[in-house]
Design a binder for this molecule. Structure first.
Ligand code: ASP
Length: 453
């Protein structure tokens, strides 16, 4: 019922957003303000409030629940292999689509090229904050980008927590978790504390989610009211290619869940529907993390030792939707502006391979927040000699596409837990050869059973 109301909230929000689109009157402005207040300030703010401690304590809980060190290695390499494989598949799907559909050569191509300078000035005026970020990223060399990521990794953990720097939090939590395992008996008293804090954070998540249908209604309404739908029409081929690619990738993820994870794709979809909806509305994998955790623990019943480790890592570095979209966007811009200053003349095999590699890297480096993919796309553009100034063209539709890519990113993370769990804990109750929903006893992980007995 609650999930149904989330989707009803989403639909009603879309209706209100479309009604308010382009309206500048006092009432419309006030309504958008109120929607923004509840959607962004209250809902996203509340989710963000619990994300940093959640990442820290869930990784600690996951690591310290591992019976052997070998198991950490087992989960670790499988997780990374899954992330790299699915992200690569996503980019390949995007590249095949953009090269065969050629969205940049369709629609009002000549008109866009002729009016580009004029249009760019207008777009920069309207999306000045995004343009500034692109300009800053443009000046960065790949070596500097790596250095900056490293700077985020090795930091004071309190600073990482206070700035919600997930890379820094994960790195410290993994080190701390390993240290706690090595300390052995002396660390035993803190284990129940970690468990209790985790349970309390999930309780906070449930409180926030109680009003999720209303919050999601507000988010969708304010986004559509501000963005409008007219811009979608002018970039329809590009938008269609990205969404088409994402739909194919979602089908691939479901097939992976069925074939490799040996679970029913329908059961999986049902289990993650809340996280999917929240990701779609918030456009942030990080803000969605508490809800993803809740779905994966409570609905998919994935053992905690897998979920608590795979999900925070996935929210930070596994972004299939982002990778797919970055490859499509850069090739779309090259197709559209080919022959203009700062645009490569030809699209060849070498360029395609470079785009593939850099799109995977850029998605790993993207923060799990709205618009992050737009900024790291500069890395892909720079690598193939496309002047990043052309990215401005896709600003107007980016928030809309962010909804699709973020929900795919979150779905990819959740599918990863199912796949890794199948290998790491094949004996977990309800896992072996059971293709559907684990009923009753079958749904409980070995750990909770152990706790009961
Ligand atoms: N908003 C996306 C996420 O949080 C990242 C992106 O902009 O592509 O997963």
């Amino acid at each position: 019922m609650r999930t149904l109301s989330i989707f009803i909230g989403m639909a009603l929000g879309a209706v209100l957003g479309l009604l308010l689109e382009g309206k500048t009157g006092g009432l419309a402005r006030n309504l958008v303000f109120v929607c923004d207040l509840f959607g962004s300030t209250v809902f996203i703010g509340a989710l963000k409030m619990i994300v940093a401690p959640l990442i820290f304590f869930s990784i600690l809980a996951g690591l310290t629940s591992l019976p052997t060190r070998g198991e950490l290695w087992n989960i670790g390499w499988r997780t990374l292999a899954y992330y790299l494989t699915t992200t690569s598949i996503a980019v390949v799907i995007g590249l095949i689509l953009v090269l065969s559909i050629q969205p940049g050569k369709r629609g009002a191509r000549e008109e866009v090229r002729a009016k580009w300078e004029e249009q760019r000035t207008e777009l920069v005026k309207e999306y000045g904050d995004k343009e500034k970020k692109i300009e800053t990223a443009k000046e960065q060399t790949p070596a500097e980008a790596i250095r900056d990521n490293l700077k985020q990794l090795i930091v004071n953990p309190f600073e990482a927590l206070s700035t919600a720097n997930s890379l820094g939090i994960i790195f410290f939590a993994v080190l701390m978790g390993i240290a706690l395992i090595m300390v052995g008996d002396a660390a035993k008293p803190v284990l129940p504390v970690i468990e209790a804090v985790n349970a309390a954070i999930m309780k906070l998540t449930a409180w926030i989610m109680w009003a999720a249908p209303f919050f999601i209604f507000c988010l969708v309404a304010s986004l559509l009211a501000k963005q409008g739908t007219q811009v979608l029409a002018s970039l329809a081929w590009y938008v269609g290619t990205v969404i088409g690619g994402i739909a194919i990738h979602v089908a691939v993820l479901l097939a992976i869940v069925g074939i490799i994870g040996r679970r029913s794709p329908f059961w999986f979809l049902r289990g993650i529907r809340k996280a999917w909806a929240v990701a779609f509305a918030t456009r942030s994998s990080a803000a969605t993390l508490p809800v993803t955790m809740d779905c994966v623990h409570e609905e998919l019943k994935v053992p905690r030792k897998v979920a608590d480790f795979v999900l925070p890592l996935g929210a930070t570095m596994n972004m299939d939707g982002t990778a797919l979209y970055e490859g499509v966007a850069v090739l779309f811009l090259i197709q559209l502006f080919q022959g203009m200053p700062g645009v490569p003349m030809e699209i060849g095999a070498v360029m395609t391979v470079i785009i593939f590699l850099t799109a995977v890297l850029a998605s790993i480096g993207a923060a799990a927040v709205p618009d992050a993919g737009l900024i790291t796309m500069v890395l892909v553009a720079n690598a193939v000699g496309l002047d990043a100034a052309y990215i401005v063209l896709i600003f107007p539709v980016d928030a809309f596409l962010d909804m699709f890519r973020t929900s795919t990113n979150v779905m990819g993370d959740a599918a990863g837990t199912v796949v890794v769990a199948r290998y790491v804990d094949p004996e977990a109750v309800g896992w072996c050869g059971d293709r559907g929903h684990p009923p009753g006893e079958g749904g409980r992980s070995r750990r909770s059973i152990r706790a009961r007995s």
